[in-house]
Design a protein around this ligand. Structure first.
Ligand SMILES: [Zn+2]
Length: 429
């Protein structure tokens, strides 16, 4: 049996009929006549046209946002992702004063921009930090720039708690310190030997100036202003005075006073090489900073702690030889190199004047000497010139001022709540 092939008319006829009926409907379906173009309508049309001609700038689009990631290339983002004109980027970068900002983008920085509907850049903002940035406004060929700075508001907060696991954990649970708990805990740890002496059940109360940026929930910065720590092994309270140093309620300095030299004032040794950040290396001629002061001391001369502190490190290095690092609190650290003999161990508490080592000629050293370094918050400073905490006690007028400043804080009963500006929190769960 042969299959009968489909004939062409039977395939084409149905669509042809549909097409014809649509054409017929289109032609004869009654439609309203457009109203005749009146003079009014013509005028209106002309006005609309003029309006568009008079305002060639299409409405700006909303701000776009982007946070710079590791490995980002601005030229690539600009052209491929944001579809902005490359020529505009080069115009911004070529600006002698401000173009560098765009060449120095770092991961985490935030960019915002807005373009018009034709893809022309109207404005670009670069937030170099959470608080500061720069904005370029483009107006035809002109570029206007302005520095951006967010408003900051500072609030003094008081937080209190009990140490359960660690002070850091106790502070992390304080909403008033959100975003700054780590910094506050580090600031307190610079003042008190908490890592060794904090115990479960210790009570603390802190006074902190917390700074927030406009529109921000979390702290932008936090400055510890005072503390009261009542622990099983450690009891101390102190507050920050005008000179940025901490004093106890009776006006005595929390920090140890410093000797200028690490051997006291009864000895005298010649400085064989001074502190010099721009020292030229005698052989290579390159700049090779000298972060310490070298004293020409005969091997075996006693080296004394210039202030109370804790031994942070005792080590031996190829260059430094026998090497000791002391921590004196509040960001002060001293270092001693080329020693012949060390008399302390890591973790030891040392008193001002205590002999910690004997000088020598170990490591890379061209003759017996002591290399002595002072660092403040990690930065090497000239120990022979820098202002040192020598004030052991506030003068009576200073003490009056200090007490007035912190009257509410120091007279404050440990478990009461004194007001609105000050946030009080119950002890950590
Ligand atoms: Zn040296």
């Amino acid at each position: 049996m042969s299959r009968s092939p489909l004939s062409w008319p039977s395939v084409l006829l149905p669509p042809l009929l549909i097409a014809l009926s649509v054409a017929f409907w289109w032609r004869y379906h009654p439609r309203p006549e457009p109203p005749p173009m009146t003079d009014q309508a013509l005028l209106r049309l002309a006005a609309d046209t003029d309006f568009h001609n008079l305002d060639p700038t299409p409405a700006p689009l909303p701000w776009e946002h982007y946070t710079i990631q590791q490995g980002d290339l601005l030229t690539h983002l600009w052209k491929e992702q944001w579809q902005l004109p490359t020529a505009t980027l080069y115009r911004l970068i070529e600006d002698a004063d401000q173009g560098q900002r765009l060449n120095r983008l770092r991961p985490g920085q935030h960019l915002e921009w807005r373009a018009d509907s034709d893809g022309r850049l109207l404005a670009l903002r670069l937030w170099e930090s959470d608080a500061e940035g720069y904005q370029w406004d483009l107006d035809g060929d002109a570029i206007h720039g302005q520095v951006l700075e967010k408003e900051r508001a500072s609030h003094r907060v008081r937080v209190a708690g009990i140490v359960r696991t660690s002070l850091a954990a106790a502070l992390a649970g304080q909403p008033a310190l959100a975003g700054a708990a780590g910094s506050v805990s580090a600031q307190l740890a610079e003042l008190l030997p908490l890592s060794r002496q904090a115990r479960r059940g210790d009570r603390f109360s802190l006074l902190v100036d917390v700074e927030r940026l406009e529109g921000g929930e979390r702290a932008y910065s936090a400055k510890l202003m005072g503390f009261d720590y009542q622990g099983a092994r450690l009891q101390a309270s102190a507050a920050r005075f005008d000179d940025d140093r901490f004093y106890r309620p009776d006006g005595t300095s929390l920090l140890p006073s410093f000797w200028r030299h690490p051997f006291g004032e009864s000895h005298h040794y010649r400085i064989s090489s001074p502190f010099n950040l721009h020292r030229h290396h005698p052989i290579t001629g390159r700049i090779s900073p000298h972060y310490g002061t070298d004293f020409a001391m005969p091997t075996g001369s006693p080296v004394a702690a210039p202030a109370d502190g804790v031994v942070r490190r005792v080590t031996r290095g190829l260059l430094a030889g026998n090497y000791v690092v002391l921590d004196h609190g509040n960001g002060y650290q001293t270092r001693y190199m080329h020693l012949s003999k060390v008399r302390v161990h890591p973790g030891d508490t040392v008193r001002q004047g205590q002999v910690i080592a004997l000088s020598g000629n170990t490591g890379r050293s061209t003759g017996p000497h002591l290399h002595y370094e002072l660092r403040m918050n990690g930065r090497p400073v000239n120990a022979m010139k820098v202002s040192l905490p020598t004030k052991g006690q506030l003068a009576s007028d200073e003490l009056t001022r200090f007490r007035n400043q912190y009257a509410a804080y120091f007279d404050f009963p440990a478990d009461a709540n004194d007001g609105t500006e000050v946030a009080h929190r119950d002890p950590e769960q």
